[in-house]
Design a protein around this ligand. Structure first.
Ligand code: 5GP
Ligand code: ZN
Length: 115
């Protein structure tokens, strides 16, 4: 795999750019979204760079399991374990950072308006 040196989330993983880390495990880290869409809005990313969730699932199911376990842990800590976990895949779906990330959203009654 080529080194994604221009990847923002790789820089958060490496610690070369600061961000507020709210949880981590062997293969994943969690940090707050800079533009929160809910009282709890945390991004959970694998430490290794993959573009999207399907690529991650095919290449490293263990890392995907760690991403999901960390999302659950963050939600238990911050939103009583009730949350939405979203992976945008592709620009049309709203993906703007191509290092796979799950959005953990919670802390209020969530609506359903993906438009
Ligand atoms: P996407 O649109 O790819 O699904 O999600 C990317 C997310 O990354 C957005 O919700 C956006 O607010 C967040 N984001 C973009 N730049 C930064 C940043 O510099 N720091 C943090 N913490 N989040 C960011
Ligand atoms: Zn990356």
């Amino acid at each position: 795999m080529s080194l994604p040196i221009e990847c923002l989330f790789c820089k958060f993983v490496a610690g070369t750019l600061p961000t507020e880390i709210v949880g981590q495990n062997e293969r994943a880290i969690a940090f707050r979204d800079i533009n929160p869409q809910a009282p709890v809005h945390v991004l959970v990313v694998p430490r290794e760079h993959y573009a999207d969730v399907a690529t991650l699932a095919a290449a490293s199911p263990e890392a995907l399991a760690d991403v999901i376990a960390l999302a659950q842990e963050v939600a238990l800590n911050e939103a009583d374990g009730e949350y939405r976990l979203i992976f945008n895949s592709g620009p049309l779906a709203g993906q703007s950072v191509f290092h796979v990330h799950g959005h953990v959203l919670g802390g209020k009654k969530l609506g359903w308006n993906p438009a």
